[in-house]
Structure formats: C-alpha cells, structure tokens
Design a protein around this ligand. Structure first.
Ligand code: FEO
Ligand code: CA
Length: 675
C-alpha cells in the first residue's frame, strides 16, 4: 500500500527554526554571533547572486500555496508495499502538546527530570530543588540515549542518557538571569552530565520501568575525568587545580553519542564555549575560533567557580570539547576524555570495526561551516566485553589517525545555483578524501604540534582546506552496507553576504531544513581515505521543489526539517530525529526511511514530541523504540512562571524533559518495529 502524502498543517505565521530561548541556553546564542570559521575554506561554488534569492523567494511562496492542497505532480507514482520494519501508518505533522505515535502503538514515559535514581533520593519537588537532591535524580534535558541489554531477552537494560544543558528560566520560578543564586548554579552543575539507570521491560505491557540498581550512576559537571591521548598532560590543559593536565572535573553540553562494540558509551561535548566568561581578557584568536565570546556567561557560573573565568583560568576551556567515554557497567570507573579524537563541538562519536580489527570513529562538528571527522586507531580491537578487553579497546581511542573530510562535487559549479535544483546529472554527489591531521606522534599540519592539532582541531582542519558543511550532526555507518550517513542540520548563513555560497554537498543558500549525506568509502573499507558521496535527502516540505527524497515520489513522504540524530533498526532502515522542525511550523519528530531497495527514500513520520520540544537520542529495537523528549515548552516568552507546555504530567504542571518508550502491543510481525 502506498504511503499517503501527509500535508503540513495550516498554521499561523511562525518564527523559522529554533526558539531564541533554546539558542541562548543550548548553544550560547551561537546563531546570533558570527560564525567562528573565517578561514575562507571554500569549495567550487560562489556566493549566489540576487537572481537566485529572487527565485528562492518565489518558491517559498509556492510552498505555502501547495501545502494547502493534497496530491501533486507525482500522482502517477507506483504503489509500493511497506518496507520491512516500517509497517505503521504515518503520524500527521502537528503542533500538539503531546507525544503522538502511530495508531495501534502505545507509549509511556520511562523517566523524567528529577526522578530519583538512588534509594533514599528525594522525590522531585520543583519548588524546593537542591543540588544535593539533583545529584541523586535524573538530570535535565536528556539528549543521547542508549539501551544496553543486561540479559539476552532485553528484559533488563541499562538506560544511559546525556543531559546536554540546563534551561534555568524553565527550571526555577522567578529566575533572575543576571543574579542566579549559588544553589541554583549548583543545581545546574548537578543537572548536567549523564545518567545510568537500570530499566526493566514489563512483559505484559511492553513499558520500560526504571529501578534502583548497583549500576545506577550520575555523572555531573563535577565528576572527575581522566584525560588520555596525545594532549594529556599538555601545557595547554594545565590549570591551578590540575597542574598535571590529566584530571578534569566534569563534562558539559553532552549532545549525542555512541555505543562501542565493547559496551561503553561515547558522548560528545558540544557547545562548551558558552560556559566560559571573559574571553576578551585573553585576546586569543583560538578562543574566537571556538566561539568563546567575551563578557559574562548566560548562567554566570564564573561567579561561583573561578575555572569558568578565562581571566583567572585560561586553560580550563581547553579541557572541554572532547569525546568522553564511560563504562556504565562499572559505576566506580573513572570516565575518560579522549584527546586523540580532536577538540571541537562534537555532536557524537560512532564506532565501527574495520576488517583488520582497527577501530574507526566518526564525529561531526555541529556548527555552521564546520567539518566532518574520522578517527582510525593504530591498534586492533580485542573481542569481548571483559574488563581487560574494555581497557585494551578503550586505549585504542588514544592512539590513531585523525582525519577531516574534503568533498568535491562532480557537477559544474554553475549548476549548483543555491536553489536546491538538482544538477543535470540528477544528483548532488561526487567524490572526497579524508585528509590526515595527526597520527601517533606525527602532525601533518604545518606549524602545529600533535598536541596543538588535538586541542585546536578546528584550526588544523582550516589549514588543510577541509570542506565547510551545514552543521554536521550525528554520523553513523550502516550496520550491513557500511555506508556512512551524516545529518546536516541547516545553515541559514550559507550564501549570506561575505559567507560561502552553495556547494554541491551543501547546495542551498539560506538552508533552513538541512540534508542527509550518504558517504561510501572506497571498497566499503572504513580505513580508506577516498570516498564517494551523495545527498540522500534534501529536507523540507516535499511539495517544495528544493527537496529531494532519494528519488522516491514526493507525494508519498512526510515533511521533515533539521535532521539531527540518526539510528538504524534491525532491518537496516535509517531513523532520523529532528531539531527545529518549527522551521516548517510543526513539532519535531522521529522519522524512518529505507536506504536500500525500491522504497529507498520513502520517509515516514513515526512520532512527534510536544510543543517546544526536540526529539533526541532515538533507540530503535524490534521490541521498543525510545526517544528523549528534550526541552518541552521551550518557546520564546514562556518560563517557569508561564509554562508553554504541561507535558508529561498534564494539568497546570511544569514541563519535564523525559525519556519515552513506544511499543506495539500484541503479536509482533517479523521485522516489525516495536511489536
Ligand atoms: Fe546538541 Fe548538535 O545538537
Ligand atoms: Ca552531481
């Protein structure tokens, strides 16, 4: 049966993209500052002229007109049966203050911000929050999540969750942003980091229930981390509190992540720049390159801990922006910051193993005009998840080659006109190469030592002329084909005066909706330094001519904007969660799309999250799908005194970031998700 076109709802005018309040708390208003990359790294394309801007404006008008009607030019599309694993009716895009799942599916909250995760921890009390309580409760703004089975039936699991950032306006009634109290700041420190919680699947209902266990753990902005890899002990990482440069308190802004084959969790420290004040006292262009701006920080942490004041501790900022690793099965273990994977605004790190046993990790630097990276270990993986194997395999991430990607399009630059119109060869595609930055004790970057390449990776990538991308987010290799998928969220600055214009991998100026890149390494070998690539999806309203869904009939797909996290199900379908779908006037959601076969590109909306929320950290198993509902109610003008969402508890309650499980009751069909 064909998937019916699901038109966008008719909506009043809206502000495109993310709420300003989310920008402030999540990214430190990154979009309101100039892009940190002024390296001039460019591509074949040129800044697009007025002609294209006019054409784009005309098309925007056409979208509004077309979105009202159903059907469209692709009505002659052939009927196609639902691909394996995706036999669910699409959810209609909406703006409801609810999690919406397909008909026939059930859902329940697994755990909410503030829920106790240790025996004796206090119940959540919104009006009586303390740091001591928060350290023993589920943290704020869950983002990445992993479900690690503790038994072969998946009945008991460890739920590992990042807590990316705090939104104090929504956490405290009467919050005075210019003068937070010390206790409020300490609550925020405790609400950052990660949680490990045992969850059990109720066999009769399918729900996931949290419980206390010896594994439960909170990692916060003050948990000790060990620094490893080439920059460990570097002068660049030494501070008053840590003259060794090897021991850091805490992890910050943990966005997405990955599960390693040896059973640990990798987590990306993303917008760390926003936590450090008074950069102007240092006049260091390397700070500017990372978006560290002068003056006070949004949260004013520098008033309560000198390490957040660059005037007092110039190197503390260099101790964030890493991929961190934790072992959720060993609550006493010291988590690690891996400097060999480079320092930037890591969205994630996802690992695969090459045929010869070497470990390969992909990571995107999530900012406008930043780069895509790959790390290849020098050593080879040891099978199993014993303590010894974990120790050995974790150390592989401390010694290897760090690469950055350079993309070349195969179409004439004149055909990449910024409008999103496909070039005459029918595809945004081409070739590319991974350019080495460091390997072991060798730096390939003129004028930079290995330590400097690791700590100031963005500058190293500038030097070798990597390709600037439209916010590289989650990156993951397909478990069977080995093709690598990267979500590129959006980039409204592309083509602006003084900024780089359209390029074949980033083919739209004023890119509000993003694209999904498919990268095929030569001979499907993750050790290869050459690859081909194509844009699998060019996101937006399918009715708009600037969108592309791998050639699938556009009257049979769901609208999507700002792809962020990616995951695969057991049938090999790609699942994509979104951040800032309100650029289309709809709530964020979770989508599924086949990447192979006749239904390649058939994108279907599976779930939407409540008003103001973002869909994060999808975990797709055959029995249950989980998502993190981050920042519900985070819309401009709202606050704890005037909440815009009452999800999940309803009534007049405050919104609480939470993890949600979705499943299909009854007998499961083979390959059916959540059945
Ligand atoms: Fe935390 Fe890249 O979003
Ligand atoms: Ca092409």
């Amino acid at each position: 049966m064909a998937t019916p076109r699901v038109p966008l709802p008719l909506l009043p005018p809206h502000t495109p993209g993310r709420a300003a309040v989310t920008c402030e708390y999540r990214c430190g208003d990154a979009c309101f500052h100039d892009v940190p990359n002024t390296s001039g790294n460019a591509y074949l394309g040129d800044v697009i002229g007025e002609m294209i801007s006019r054409r784009t404006a005309l098309r925007a008008g056409a979208v509004v007109a077309l979105a009202v009607g159903a059907g469209g030019g692709a009505a002659a599309a052939e009927e196609r049966s639902a691909p394996r694993g995706l036999n669910f009716p699409p959810v209609a895009p909406n703006t409801l203050d609810a999690v919406v799942v397909p008909e026939g599916y059930e859902q329940a909250v697994v755990i909410r911000w503030g829920d106790p995760i240790f025996p004796g921890a206090p119940e959540f009390d919104f009006d009586q929050q303390t740091a001591q309580a928060q350290e023993r409760q589920f943290g704020y703004n869950c983002d990445f999540a992993a479900l690690l089975p503790l038994d072969h039936l998946g009945l008991t699991n460890l739920l590992v969750t990042n807590h990316e950032y705090t939104s104090e306006t929504f956490m405290f009634r009467g919050y005075d942003a210019a003068n937070p109290t010390e206790e409020q700041v300490r609550v925020a420190w405790a609400a950052h980091g990660l949680s490990v919680v045992r969850v059990a699947r109720d066999r009769s209902t399918g729900a996931l229930k949290p419980g206390f266990s010896r594994y439960n753990r909170r990692i916060t902005a003050r948990t000790p981390f060990e620094v490893r890899g080439p920059a460990a002990g570097s002068d660049l990482l030494r501070t008053t509190a840590d003259p060794t440069g090897r021991r850091v308190l805490g992890t910050l802004n943990n966005c997405a992540g990955g599960v390693t084959p040896w059973g640990t969790i990798l987590s990306g420290e993303e917008n760390f720049n926003q936590y450090f004040a008074n950069a102007e006292t240092r006049a260091d262009p390397r700070l500017t390159r990372y978006g560290v701006v002068g003056g006070a920080t949004t949260r004013r942490w520098e008033r309560f801990d000198d390490r957040f004041d660059l005037a007092k501790e110039p190197n503390e900022v260099n101790r964030f922006g890493w991929v961190v690793e934790i072992d959720p099965t060993d609550p006493g273990s010291t988590p690690v910051k891996h400097t060999a994977l480079g320092r930037f605004k890591h969205e994630c790190a996802n690992v695969r193993i090459a045929a010869d046993g070497r470990v390969v990790a992909y990571s995107g630097d999530d900012e406008r005009f930043e780069y895509l990276y790959k790390f290849v270990s020098n050593g080879r993986v040891r099978p199993g998840d014993s303590r010894a194997a974990k120790r050995h395999n974790s150390a592989l991430l401390d010694d290897g080659t760090l690469y950055v990607a350079r993309f070349t399009g195969d179409s004439p630059p004149a055909e990449i006109d910024g409008s999103g119109t496909l070039p005459s060869d029918g595809a945004f595609d081409g070739s590319g190469e991974w350019i080495p930055l460091t390997s072991g004790t060798t730096s390939y970057v003129p004028g930079m030592t290995v330590e400097e390449v690791c700590v100031f990776t963005r500058l190293a990538a500038d030097t070798v002329h990597a390709t600037t991308m439209d916010r590289p987010e989650d990156v993951q290799a397909h478990p069977r084909t080995g093709k690598v998928y990267c979500a590129l969220s959006n980039n409204v600055d592309r083509g602006k005066p003084g900024k780089e214009g359209a390029t074949e991998p980033n083919p739209r100026v004023n890119n509000r909706h993003g694209q999904v890149l498919e990268l095929t390494e030569r001979r499907d070998d993750p050790l290869a330094t050459a690859f081909s690539w194509n844009l699998f999806l060019v996101c937006g309203d399918p009715e708009s001519p600037d969108t592309y869904f791998a050639g699938f009939p556009k009257d049979q797909v769901s609208p999507i904007s700002s792809p962020d996290n990616v995951a695969f199900d057991s049938s090999g379908n790609l699942w994509i969660s979104t951040d800032s779908a309100n650029a289309l006037g709809i709530n964020d959601g979770l989508y599924a799309v086949p990447v192979e076969g006749p239904s390649r590109g058939r994108l279907t909306l599976f779930l939407t999250v409540p008003r103001g929320a973002e869909t994060c950290g999808p975990v797709i198993t055959d029995r249950v799908v989980t998502v993190c509902v981050q920042h519900p109610g985070e819309v401009d003008g709202a606050s704890a005194d005037a909440p815009a969402s009452h999800w999940p508890d309803g009534g007049a309650s405050q919104p609480r970031p939470s993890v949600v499980a979705v499943w299909k009751p009854g007998r499961r069909q083979p390959g059916e998700i959540g059945g």
